[in-house]
Design a protein. Sequence first.
Length: 161
Amino acid sequence: MQVGKAIVAGLMGAMAMTAVLAVARILGSPVNLGEMLGSMITGELDSASWLVGFALHLLAGAGFALAYAAMFEYSAHRASAGVGALYGLGHAVLSGLMLGAVPLLHPLVPDELPEPGLLLSGHGALGVLLFAGVHVLYGAVVGSMYAPVKAEHRRALRALP
């Protein structure tokens, strides 16, 4: 597995997600991942909390990219934007189900921040589409940046009877 390449791809994927979410906020979406993640740690709604959340999101992006890389190398035996996007869709479902636990873990939900709901459904159908879309984008970025998988994996597969 190409750890450094995976980490860089994950950081770029997380930054792409952040950029899309920022544009969505400019267009009127209330979704603010940095604020939600950071304020879960700090208990405050301020710019410092957003920075903490952004840093956590980058770390998570790097970590998830290592899992994607393992799947590219040992399961799919290839990496591409398309394969990454499919993994991103699965990632969205798993992460989206975990959003249901946010009210149990976050000190400001629901008093100061709205409940995100499963798959970000607390923000309506557009929230669900945005949530799925940014995860598919993340996977596509990671897949395209990680490609190609190590040649020895492909050669080993061809040598199998």
